[in-house]
Ligand binder design. Structure first.
Ligand SMILES: CCC(=O)NCCS(=O)(=O)O
Length: 349
């Protein structure tokens, strides 16, 4: 049992889990997604450099990864601060900040944001997808990777004394790389030592979440303290989703607010709209998985901030929750998703 047992760990220190309140379990407050730049559709090349003005907002919404400046959320810390103050005003309590090594984690900015807004922020330990792994990370042993993860939780991340409170989002591609597999094995080992929460970014294939859970299980992980993110773009068949749900992880619908005609990273996938996400949440609730569900926006580009005409960090509380109620999802089920399940997940064993 670790010294953190029964507690949660925010960027300001150890805390009683009852103070978390309504929690978004998968967000980014400052990060860079520059490595994911995707050229615009043919004939629209000039759009990738255009200013982010009113006339261009719809194009940005449809092509978020084809505009270089849009990928630099780390340039908007002041705008994010305003959003967090609003999130608190509308009843928000905590944000789990999933930025890991490889996409410009900035734990000092997270601590400042928490101090200045009163929103509890929990930082993520570990590594994003292999494309962002350094050559050093790729050649590091599972044992050494485990030490890095444990150190980020017990002592602090990126040379600071600011400690992470979850492992993840741990990035996995499809097919998975050797380096990603080692990070997953290290995640399982660190989780065994610390009893900490884990959150995973699966590859863009419906077999990826199953493959990840198998690797984690074989390495001794506690699947009941593990979140599978981005199910909205990953498993789009009911039977397969139920098969996955049986494995016992948390099931996260975390792309609320993202409505796209063309999903550039995986064009065969039709990205669901928010109403469809609500229907998936309702389906899983009706099937008995209400204790496993989590919801978030996974904001990772500028255009999703209200400063750029986006939905912002308060979208779920302000717009989605009322719609869920209108569609017959009871308040008790919503409280589980936004309060009880995050609290159980984030509390160290
Ligand atoms: C770093 C943010 C992130 O990974 N978001 C997920 C995007 S997607 O894979 O669902 O397109």
């Amino acid at each position: 049992m670790s010294e953190l047992s029964g507690k949660v760990q925010t960027v300001l220190g150890v805390m009683d889990p009852r103070r978390l309140g309504r929690t978004l379990t998968h967000e980014h407050l400052t990060m860079s997604f520059a490595f994911c730049y995707t050229p615009p559709p043919p004939g629209q090349e000039a759009c990738s450099e255009m200013p982010m003005t009113m006339n261009n907002l719809y194009w940005l919404k449809q092509n978020p990864y084809s505009h270089r400046a849009n990928l630099l959320l780390n340039e908007e810390v002041e705008a994010v601060k305003g959003e967090l103050l609003h999130f608190k005003e509308v009843g928000g309590g905590t944000i789990v900040e999933n930025t890991t090594t490889g996409i410009c984690r900035d734990v000092k900015a997270l601590r400042r944001l928490s101090e200045e807004t009163g929103v509890h922020i929990i930082a993520g330990a570990g590594f994003y997808v292999a494309e962002t792994h350094s050559s050093e990370t790729r050649s590091t042993s599972v044992e050494k990777l485990t030490d890095i993860l444990v150190n980020e939780i017990l002592h602090g991340a990126d040379g600071t004394d600011i400690k992470c409170g979850v492992i993840g989002e741990i990035g996995c591609s499809w097919p998975m790389t050797e380096s990603e597999q080692k990070v997953l094995q290290a995640t399982a080992e660190a989780q065994t030592q610390l009893g900490c929460p884990v959150i995973i970014h699966p590859g863009r294939n419906s077999d990826s979440p199953f493959h990840i859970i198998r690797i984690l299980q074989e390495a001794g992980a506690d699947i009941s303290k593990t979140v599978m993110s981005h199910l909205d773009r990953t498993i789009l068949e009911r039977d397969k989703l139920l098969e996955f749900a049986k494995l016992g992880s948390y099931l996260e619908y975390d792309l609320f607010g993202m409505e796209l005609l063309n999903y550039a990273f995986c064009p065969v996938v039709d990205m669901p709209c928010d109403i469809e996400r609500i229907n998936w949440v309702r389906f899983l609730t009706d099937e008995g998985y209400g204790d496993n569900l989590l919801m978030a926006h996974d904001i990772h580009t500028k255009n999703r901030l209200t400063k750029y005409g986006g939905h912002g960090f308060s979208h779920i509380l302000t717009n989605i929750v009322p719609k869920m109620k209108q569609r017959g999802i009871p308040q008790s089920a919503i409280d589980k998703i936004l309060v009880e399940n995050p609290k159980r997940w984030l509390t160290f064993k």
